[in-house]
Design a binder for this molecule. Structure first.
Ligand SMILES: NC(=O)c1ccc[n+]([C@@H]2O[C@H](COP(=O)([O-])OP(=O)(O)OC[C@H]3O[C@@H](n4cnc5c(N)ncnc54)[C@H](O)[C@@H]3O)[C@@H](O)[C@H]2O)c1
Ligand SMILES: [Zn+2]
Length: 605
């Protein structure tokens, strides 16, 4: 049970047209609980339909009836209660419902809601037209009203995105949430469903996640400043939580137990990370009842090879690792990709857990299930998609990461703001100095938000087949060109991405899709995080000819490398560009001369 309250009822809330009543009925049937719809009760008591109550007595009267009905409903036990779409806005109602029930919010896109209400109205034309449809622009009205209620819906314990799901699928999700939350601790995941979008407000609403607010009193001072936040990746092959917190390493064993893992855990780590955190993680796992072995590799990209994988296979065989045993990747992206590849292939797949410790790994590499090793002919040429059982991010581990690695990692964080989330971009803009100083609360928030964005994108396109994952490549076309042309020696990945993002922004501006001030804001933010924004000195190849021709040579090498980059389909490069901050577009009609002009601009001294 949730420790701070007793869950005796299930409350289903959400906007009109999200299927509250039908879902609540189905959940009640499956659990053999009672079912109650507060709107139905009100209609019965008042002896007239809701629209009639509004018309004859006004909204205040309706809300009063609603409050009374909810009070009565809360006295029930083992009842699935569907409440009206606006009921939760009233703080008294919310308090009452939250005290003895688990609140599940059903979400749907305004377009879906509009279509459902419209279909419903068409099916029963005699019924009074829903007030929402009886306006000039119903879709706009739905959007507005829904947006105004969003902060209240965000207080729910669990959210299910219902677009594209049937009533019984949603009902199953509700029951899954109930099972999880009634046995789980307070840092339970928020759903980011396959078809849905995480709510923008979830990571931001002060003083943190709404759910945690109720649990404040049970936290120690340290835990207070760093509420664990989490999201769920839901792909066709697997659903798994991502936990993000400060000092969370100590909870690894507990989280693995919650994920029903048991047996022996083989920690794969590199020397740098293992020397800092290895013993602690070993102890945490032993304390949780796991057997523990550790395999430590040399740090660096050179380690991400088949040879290393084979050495780990040998170790696993030697230690009689079985199919239900677990691999724990503790380290940066190199360790994650390598250990994940071993997990995917050893005994045709063993469960594995990602514990990313570099910023790049926390916000990017550890999320999405891409695993693999390099081939002498190219990076990541051998690999697979293999999702972990859980990802646990302890932001505190960043305090030992080198400054350059850290700065490089910020490029991927900032990228998420550019391509998908203006609000997040503004959050980054307002908090640069605290974030770069690794202020625990804001750092955790930024990482949780980034992880949630990546989780959302990969949930929608697990295997990069639907073209949705491509927007994550913003800045990467030029970045890969730069990395290849400089044989991965000059830039860290994030540095190349920062320059690449400046190139992509300038290209967007040249093509007339992005305003100049947006380009400037992007440049300013990258610079404030200490990232490079131009090629300048970096294009100078010390081993060749005169300075001018060296720069030109560099550009030719970069464009050549871009053309063989794997993002090229057919002949045209698929460019991820920006229309605005927070809004990316994919274009394959970008003229070569514009690309060259932008590269030249980037190389200007
Ligand atoms: N699978 C994916 O989707 C994906 C996405 C992006 C990148 N990647 C891969 O990730 C790799 C890059 O990841 P990376 O940047 O984390 O590199 P990395 O794993 O080499 O880590 C960078 C350095 O930081 C050290 N380090 C890591 N965490 C530390 C900590 N907490 N304290 C002190 N030192 C620490 C490491 O020992 C290493 O020396 C590349 O191989 C790339 O291909 C994969
Ligand atoms: Zn990247």
């Amino acid at each position: 049970m949730k420790a701070d309250r007793e869950i005796t009822n299930l409350v289903i809330t959400g906007f009109s047209g999200t299927g509250k009543s039908a879902v609540a009925k189905e959940v009640a049937r499956r659990l053999s609980w009672d079912f109650l719809d507060t709107d139905d009760e009100i209609v019965e008591r008042a002896g007239k339909p809701i629209a009639g109550i509004f018309r004859d007595c006004g909204e205040d009267k309706f809300r009063e009836l609603e409050r009374e009905t909810i009070k009565r409903a809360c006295r029930q036990r083992q009842t699935v209660i569907a409440i009206g779409g606006g009921a939760i806005v009233d703080p008294q109602n919310y308090e009452l419902l939250a005290r003895n029930g688990l609140i599940v919010c059903l979400e749907a896109r305004p377009e879906t809601i509009h279509e459902r209400l419209f279909r419903e109205a068409a099916r029963s034309p005699q019924a009074e037209v829903r007030p929402l449809l009886a306006v000039d622009n119903p879709l706009e009205r739905i959007r507005e009203l829904k947006a105004s209620r969003q902060p209240y819906y965000a207080k729910a314990d669990w959210t299910i995105h219902t677009d594209g799901l049937s009533i019984s699928e949603v009902a199953k999700e509700v029951i899954r949430a109930w099972r999880l939350l009634s046995s789980a601790s307070d840092d339970t995941p928020i759903v980011i469903a396959r078809h849905g979008m995480p709510k923008q407000s979830q990571e931001y609403s002060a003083p943190g996640l709404p759910r945690s607010a109720r649990n404040d009193t049970r936290k120690t001072a340290r835990r207070d400043s760093d509420k664990d936040t989490a999201c769920l990746v839901e792909t066709a092959t697997q659903s798994y939580p991502i936990y993000v917190g400060y000092g969370l390493l100590d909870k690894l064993g507990e989280k693995m137990r919650q994920a029903a893992l048991a047996g022996t855990a083989t920690i794969v780590s590199d020397e740098n990370v293992f020397s800092l955190y290895g013993k602690r993680v070993e102890q945490v796992l032993r304390d949780a009842g796991f057997g523990v072995n550790s395999f430590v590799v040399t740090p660096g990209e050179e380690t991400k090879t088949m040879d290393s994988a084979v050495r780990i296979y040998d170790f696993l065989v030697e230690h009689r690792t079985e199919r239900h045993d677990i691999i724990v990747a503790l380290g940066g992206g190199v360790v994650g990709d390598l250990a994940g590849f071993v997990a995917a292939t050893f005994l045709r797949g063993v469960p594995w857990v990602q514990v990313p410790t570099s910023l790049v790994a926390m916000v990017d590499a550890a999320i999405g299930g891409k695993v693999g090793v390099n081939h002498p002919e190219g990076k990541n040429l051998i690999g697979s998609f293999y999702q972990p059982s859980l990802v646990l991010v302890d932001c505190e581990t960043l305090t030992t990461l080198s400054q350059r690695e850290l700065t490089s990692g910020w490029a991927e964080v900032i990228k998420y703001g550019f391509i998908l989330d203006k609000e997040f971009f503004e959050f980054l803009e307002s908090n640069v100095s605290k974030l770069t100083k690794l202020e625990p609360k804001l750092l955790t928030r930024a990482i949780a938000r980034s992880a949630a964005i990546k989780a959302r994108v990969v949930s929608q396109d697990e295997k990069e087949r639907e073209g949705k994952r491509i927007i994550l490549n913003y800045g990467h076309t030029i970045a890969h060109g730069l990395e290849t042309a400089t044989r991965y020696r000059r830039f860290l990945h994030g540095e190349a991405v920062a320059i690449g993002m400046m190139g992509a922004a300038r290209l967007s501006q040249r093509l007339g899709v992005l305003a100049a001030d947006a380009v400037e804001r992007q440049e300013a933010l990258l610079q404030r995080f200490g990232l490079p924004i131009s090629l300048r000195a970096q294009t100078v190849d010390r081993r060749r000819g005169k300075k001018g021709s060296r720069r030109e040579l560099g550009l030719v090498a970069i464009t050549k490398a871009m053309e063989v980059d794997k993002k090229v389909k057919g002949k045209a490069i698929h460019w991820v560009l920006l229309e605005d901050i927070g809004r990316a577009v994919v274009r394959s009609d970008v003229p070569q001369q514009d690309v060259l002009a932008v590269l030249r601009e980037l190389a200007k001294p």
